[in-house]
Write a protein that binds this ligand. Structure first.
Ligand code: PLP
Length: 409
């Protein structure tokens, strides 16, 4: 009989969204008349920008004719897209075309990247955070078992909460791989250029690699928040950046993202030599991935046209106006809220430090609103709650009014 990868047995069940859906369904069954509004959704709801739709239609037509048909493309992405990415998102930062790898999204990239690192590397993750970083390292065997306190043995958890102003402390003991998510999901908070520079300096000093997830970078509004880690020049020696078109331009169902891995980022081989990571990732990517669909890459390219830029700006503006409404409404209701300025997520402190699952029930029962309990994103998420701004405007206003007027603490 084949032996399984036992590390999978260490994984905590994917409990969070299943459980929120279960509680929501049970509530609706018991109260069929209730108008339940979801501010828990982590997915976009607006349609794709017209510029992308038109470009994709055109690409579909190209596929219909032998002269313009495309089969396999370059695994790393078509140069028409890679060049636009560099020109628009990394201008003047010295990123070269063979340092960009187009993919089917940041989830796959964040999960797959750890394959090029030894399983005995130590990892650090911010807490709370997007669960993919941790779970993929559990699968790879880079952690011990899950402890009763909700933490895996052998992982460095970097608390990210109101006490440290959502800027985690540098690890006490050196770690090899550091996951940073900025803007952060779920807290919606960011690191300033100066704060991020400390992480880059730390990584260089300890020969660590920063895995920088910038999936929400398009939502940044404040000047002192870097749009890319490569705004800090030294990061080209220690960082890998993940980007996604999902939240940037509504590509969650269309699938497109990319990694930027400068050739100057290195790791140590077993023989002690220093090796560039870029060729390793290139090898991994070309061996296991056959490229993002041509039609989708044409759609992604259209984001960088003048019309595409305007439409994307409008789309993000819509979500960020929702974020403002939620954040200001909560504050007016006396709730302490974070995020929502550089991200589509609002992270609130539950009143009287109520456990986040209890607050979920209270919000659902009292005002018929669904959100996401903070504890589902890591132990330090306990006592917090995530609301998102991806919903429809009227429903968002209605939800905030209910919280302001009807929620009794
Ligand atoms: N990174 C973060 C922080 C996310 O929150 C998400 C999706 O919610 C992703 C990556 C996944 O992005 P993609 O749709 O490109 O796979």
């Amino acid at each position: 009989m084949a032996n399984i990868n036992d590390n999978y047995l260490k994984l905590a069940g994917s409990y969070l969204f299943r459980e929120t859906a279960r509680r929501r369904a049970a509530f609706i069954e018991a109260h069929p008349e209730a108008d339940v509004i979801s501010l828990g959704i982590g997915d976009v709801t607006l349609p794709l920008p017209q510029a992308c739709i038109q470009a994709m239609h055109k690409a579909v037509d190209e596929m219909a004719s032998a002269d313009t048909f495309r089969g396999y493309g370059p695994e790393q992405g078509y140069s028409f897209l890679v060049d636009k990415i560099i020109e628009n998102n990394y201008k003047g930062l010295g990123i070269e075309s063979d340092e960009v790898f187009v993919s089917d999204g940041a989830k796959s990239d964040c999960g797959n990247i750890q394959e090029i690192f030894s399983t005995d590397n130590t990892i650090a993750i911010t807490d709370p955070v997007y669960p993919v970083y941790l779970d993929t390292n559990v699968m790879a065997g880079r952690t011990g078992t899950l402890q009763p306190d909700g933490r895996y043995q052998g992982v460095t958890y970097l608390a990210c909460n109101a006490e440290n102003n959502f800027c985690p402390e540098l690890p006490e003991k050196p770690v090899d791989l550091i996951y940073l998510c900025c803007p952060n999901n779920p807290t919606g908070t960011t690191l300033t250029r100066e704060q991020l520079k400390k992480w880059v300096d730390y990584a260089l000093e300890h020969d660590s690699i920063i895995l920088f997830d910038a999936a929400y970078n398009a939502y940044i509004t404040e000047e002192d928040v870097p749009r890319t880690i490569f705004e800090i020049p030294e990061a080209k020696n220690c960082a890998i950046e993940f980007r996604s078109f999902s939240k940037t331009a509504g590509f969650t169902g269309t699938r497109c993202g990319y990694i930027v891995l400068p050739k100057t980022v290195t790791g140590k081989a077993a023989d002690g030599s220093r090796q560039a990571l870029n060729p390793l990732w290139n090898r991994r990517h070309t061996t296991k991935f056959n490229g993002t669909a041509y039609i989708i890459q044409r759609g992604a390219e259209a984001i960088f046209t003048p019309e595409g830029k305007t439409q994307v700006k409008e789309m993000i503006g819509y979500y960020m106006e929702n974020a403002r409404i939620i954040r200001e409404g909560l504050t007016a209701a006396g709730v302490t809220a974070f995020g929502g300025i550089n991200a589509p997520y609002i992270w609130l402190k539950t009143p009287d430090s109520m456990p986040s699952w209890d607050f979920f029930d209270k919000l659902l029962n009292d005002v018929h609103i669904v959100g996401t309990p903070g504890a589902g994103f890591g132990p330090c998420g306990e006592g917090y709650f995530r609301l998102t701004s991806f919903g429809n405007r009227e429903k968002t206003i209605e939800a905030v009014d209910r919280i302001k007027n009807s929620l009794k603490f």
